[in-house]
Design a protein around this ligand. Structure first.
Ligand code: ADP
Ligand code: ASP
Ligand code: MG
Length: 437
């Protein structure tokens, strides 16, 4: 049995937790590959190391000095080492790191040091080998994962009993450090699992599994005992950020299950995320609910638009020219809307796009709805149970919420509903009550 154990920032917040993580790893000799994130928040209102490092980079660019944020980073690691009781020359490592950050001056390099330093300390604590992700996780020139990474990792693992690998970053072929998107240590864990030929990818965090709904919105939601890769992809893409939505791609071909585990309650079962070969439908209509806030909807109406060859192409060309991607494109007869992450449309981009769409296709109406939120209701059981949509929309109507948009995925695995952001949490609670209480 071979396991990869990835520990998130919430599991690594201070020295006491570093010890807790080491105890979990040491409790099972099959946990041979350990991936760590940078220390996260120790308490509400605290700042994650990664965020401190982003601020330090901004300060460096603006003033030429790393400033207060980097001082805080230093203090955090010094106290982590002190609390573990480890004999480790952290000050020297921090001095060297500071010099490199100043020399290299890239945001990706600077923030990657959070994971780098955490992995160095964890390797010392476990008496394990440290492998630098920059030597084994490779990106292609266009920023995608290079398949060569799997062989590079496998080579680096040879002859080693236990290894610690920093999450979140890798490098281009020329050695330039590059990070994944936020929360990307989950992807490093998945890549490691595939390269190691693991039987299980354990993802240790601060909750006892994947919940049927965001625990910050519904108190004590039901735990999902198991879900399929596809359900995970839909739920995490749509905002259930307990696991990065790209985590399944590296493990998919190797059929490796992912288990969500709680560092603070290691005895809890957690959640198993299973490949198609191992997944069995458990009988539930809805597996889980997730959501994302702050979308903008551009709504177009034009009589006979379907008969106008190239209509969609012309609209999409405008978005393409502005480098703006859209999340959903519900269409009707003579109508079409685009849901776009509001952050991509700031600074006059929205106005410019609307102008260009009007010029390109001359719609009868073009309307913009601000601040729409999306709620995804996900589950293999939805297509098996007649009346699911009626229950869903009945629950939303009873909560007095106006539905702005509906998109039933062609996979029949999800229904996505758009509501005003001010109705978002109320809607999630109403849908949860309908299917889980
Ligand atoms: P880590 O630091 O371990 O990577 P994250 O903060 O990335 O942890 O993910 C865990 C958090 O995800 C939980 O603390 C919880 O607040 C949040 N979360 C959102 N949706 C869900 C869900 N459906 N189930 C469990 N946790 C969820
Ligand atoms: N430390 C990184 C972040 O905060 C990566 C991770 O935690 O997975 O996004
Ligand atoms: Mg995470």
């Amino acid at each position: 049995m071979i396991k990869v154990a990835k520990f998130g920032g919430t599991s690594m917040a201070d020295g006491v937790n570093f010890r807790r993580v080491a105890d979990i790893v040491n409790a099972d000799s099959s946990r041979r590959f350990v991936v760590v994130s940078a220390p996260g928040k120790r308490y509400g209102g605290d700042t994650k190391i990664t965020d401190l490092l982003y601020s330090a980079h901004t300060a460096l660019e603006a003033t030429g000095a790393l400033g207060e944020s980097f001082k805080k980073v230093r203090e955090r690691y010094v106290s982590v080492v002190r609390e573990t009781g480890l004999d480790f020359a952290i000050e020297e490592l921090l001095d060297r790191t500071e010099e490199e950050i100043k020399k290299i001056r890239s945001a990706d390099f600077t923030v990657s040091r959070g994971e780098y330093l955490a992995a160095k300390v964890m390797a010392a604590l476990l008496g394990a080998d440290f492998i630098d992700a920059k030597d084994v996780i490779r990106f292609t020139a266009d920023g995608k994962l290079d398949e060569a990474s799997f062989a590079l990792l496998a080579e680096a693992f040879k002859g080693k009993k236990r290894t610690v690998i920093p999450g979140f970053y890798g490098a281009l072929k020329d050695g330039t450090v590059k990070t994944f998107t936020r929360g990307g240590s989950d992807i490093t864990g998945a890549i490691t699992a595939r390269a190691a030929g693991a039987d299980l990818y354990e993802n240790w965090t601060d909750v006892s599994g994947f919940m049927a709904c965001d625990p910050r919105i519904v108190e004590n939601p039901e735990r999902i005992p198991s879900l399929s890769y596809q359900e995970l992809r839909e739920l995490s893409y749509m905002g259930a950020n307990v696991l990065h939505s790209e985590s399944i791609f590296p493990v998919r071909e190797a059929d490796i299950p992912i288990q969500i585990k709680n560092t603070f309650r290691p005895e809890d079962d957690g959640t198993l995320i299973l490949p198609p070969s191992k997944y069995r439908y458990g009988g539930r209509t809805v597996t889980g609910i997730a959501g994302k806030t702050h979308f903008t909807v551009i709504f177009l109406e034009k009589s006979l638009m379907n008969a106008e060859i190239g209509f969609t192409y012309k609209v999409l060309s405008v978005l393409y020219r502005h480098g703006v991607s859209f999340e959903h494109m519900p269409t009707g007869i003579d109508t079409m809307s685009f849901l776009i992450d509001g952050a991509l449309l700031e600074g006059g981009v929205l106005e410019q796009i609307c102008r260009e769409i009007k010029e390109a296709v001359n719609p009868d109406h073009l309307r913009v709805y601000d601040d729409v939120s999306l709620i995804a209701v996900v589950g293999h059981g939805m297509s098996k149970n007649v009346g699911t949509s009626a229950r869903l929309f009945g629950a939303i109507a009873s909560a007095g919420v106006n539905v702005r948009m509906i998109d039933q995925g062609s996979s029949e695995l999800n229904i996505i509903v758009g509501v005003d952001t001010e109705d978002y949490e109320r809607t999630v609670r109403a849908v949860y009550r309908e299917f889980f209480e």
